[in-house]
Write a protein that binds this ligand. Structure first.
Ligand SMILES: [Zn+2]
Length: 257
């Protein structure tokens, strides 16, 4: 990924997304924010023990970095519900109230309405349809992988917005890598069809699972960009639940300009 800095904040971008002038996207690092202690410093999540005034100011930092767009945050619950952000959500306030939306994927064709996934080891999977001008952002933890929320999102994009999977581009952001994704209780947690992605020491390659799910949903392999950055191995750059326990969440954001 390509590192950028703006207004003091640092974020990464998928090289394959940068040629599209109609979108903006960013995967923010944990650096340069107001939060302290385990949330230091650019934590963008409420309800996890951080000072909410600090979170509000942190959300303002990321909004400034993406042209002061409104940013939609959902309450992520490791389910497979896909939220469609349409005119009914136009008045969603970007930060001052607890998130009223509940879901782990968001899709929109609205301009100036960025979709944020809150991350600390799970994957943010971003998608863009340059033909239909639709963006999606998906929170994919192991439960999301097991439920294949990626396929559900692609199907919602098709049914609601007429997107064709063969024309989508996707990026899989920094998240727990196969180096660190040990699941000792995998027999009860992870469906057997995904055990093929496990090595002998019970480490799963959830990056490969997401890539397979995107291809199975109809995407072209060459349109999928894998960041291959492990959050636990890079817990100085990103928040990592496995690395730190009590920790903040970093922001992965995509929106139409
Ligand atoms: Zn790792």
């Amino acid at each position: 990924m390509i590192m950028q800095t703006k207004n003091g904040a640092s974020f990464y971008q998928f090289p394959s997304f940068r040629k599209f002038s109609q979108i903006q996207h960013a995967v923010f690092t944990r650096h340069v924010g107001y939060s302290r202690g385990p949330f230091s410093s650019l934590n963008i999540s409420v309800g996890i023990g951080d000072n909410e005034a600090h979170v509000r100011k942190n959300r303002r930092i990321i909004s400034e970095c993406i042209g002061r767009q409104s940013i939609v945050f959902a309450n992520q619950v490791h389910g497979n519900h896909v939220l469609i952000i349409d005119d009914a959500y136009q008045d969603t306030d970007n930060s001052d109230n607890a998130p009223a939306l509940v879901g782990d994927a968001m899709v929109t064709n609205l301009r100036q309405m960025a979709l944020a996934i809150q991350v600390a080891d799970c994957q943010a999977v971003m998608m863009y349809d340059p033909n239909r001008q639709v963006v999606a952002n998906i929170h994919v933890g192991w439960r999301g992988s097991a439920q294949n929320i990626i396929a559900r999102t692609v199907s919602v994009m098709h049914d609601r917005f007429g997107c064709h999977a063969g024309q989508l581009v996707a990026g899989v952001g920094p998240s727990l890598g196969p180096c660190c994704a040990e699941y000792v209780n995998y027999k009860t947690e992870i469906p057997q069809r995904y055990w093929a992605y496990k090595n002998e020491s019970h480490h799963f390659d959830f990056w490969a699972i997401s890539r397979s799910q995107l291809v199975e949903a109809g995407m072209r392999p060459e349109n999928i960009f894998m960041s291959r950055m492990c959050t636990k191995c890079n817990s100085d750059i990103f928040f990592s639940y496995r690395g730190q326990g009590s920790t903040g969440r970093f922001a992965a954001v995509i929106g139409l300009r």
